[in-house]
Design a protein around this ligand. Structure first.
Ligand SMILES: Nc1ncnc2c1ncn2[C@@H]1O[C@H](COP(=O)(O)OP(=O)(O)O)[C@@H](O)[C@H]1O
Ligand SMILES: O=c1ccn([C@@H]2O[C@H](COP(=O)(O)O)[C@@H](O)[C@H]2O)c(=O)[nH]1
Length: 201
């Protein structure tokens, strides 16, 4: 199994890159684990308490479960990946059965901050887009898909997104094997990745 970690700040285009890689490779060869599925279960908190959580800090992620699941996949076992609701800011209680594949992609803003997880990646990728570009994308996406409004996104951006990005995410570029510039759609980078993956397989 080839395990690829894809990190980068919110809105940089991680999910988009992952989907393009899946499109480029034979069906059924690529599986995905999203760090978002591993936000800690906060069912014991009220909605008002949950919205105050700093979702851009590594402590908000259940890295133990993420690591355990990746190990199980590596051993050939299927896992039950939790389903996360950005609207409720919590796990839904449902899970998706994720089967081991020849290529497993783990994507998320903070996945390179965890040393044990980092060790498990055969290829570490950092997707870069400029800060203003990411904020514009985040605004559009969170308003249209995640039930947010302008004030919520900007407040979160100033209080947690920007400082956490600078403290935890941007420094992780140092651990990356490949940095993909993604201010615009970058099909050349996707094609290079496809070639690297095919060669490794
Ligand atoms: N290279 C790009 N150019 C323009 N828009 C993009 C690009 N990559 C992604 N987007 C858009 O930006 C938004 C956030 O992208 P997404 O892949 O969800 O980012 P991430 O998973 O890193 O948060 C989406 O609406 C997506 O369509
Ligand atoms: O309940 C939540 C959990 C997370 N977020 C935000 O999501 C992004 C990470 O997702 P991307 O798809 O990589 O953008 C992170 O910046 C959190 O602030 C949230 O809004 N609510």
């Amino acid at each position: 199994m080839l395990i690829i970690g894809i990190a980068g700040g919110t809105g940089c285009g991680k999910t988009t890159v992952v989907n393009k890689i899946i499109d480029e490779l034979p069906e059924g060869e690529v599986g995905v684990i999203s760090q978002d599925s591993y936000y800690k279960d906060t069912s014991h908190l009220s909605f008002e308490e949950r919205i105050k959580i700093n979702f851009d800090h590594p402590r908000s992620i259940d890295f133990d479960l993420l690591e355990q699941h990746l190990k199980e996949l590596k051993q050939g076992q299927a896992i039950h990946q939790p389903v996360y609701s950005f609207v409720k800011h919590n796990r839904t209680g449902d899970t998706i059965v994720t089967h081991p594949r020849k290529v497993m992609i783990v994507e998320g803003i903070l996945i390179l901050t965890n040393p044990e997880l980092r060790e498990m990646f055969d290829i570490k990728i950092f997707v870069h887009a400029d800060t203003d570009e990411r904020l514009i994308r985040r605004l559009k996406r969170d308003i249209s898909e995640r039930g947010r409004d302008l004030d919520e996104v900007l407040m979160r951006y100033q209080t947690t997104l920007k400082p956490m990005h600078e403290q935890f995410i941007e420094p992780m570029k140092e651990h990356a094997d490949i940095i993909i510039p993604n201010n615009r759609h970058n099909m050349v980078a996707i094609d290079i990745l496809r070639q690297i993956i095919t060669q490794k397989l």
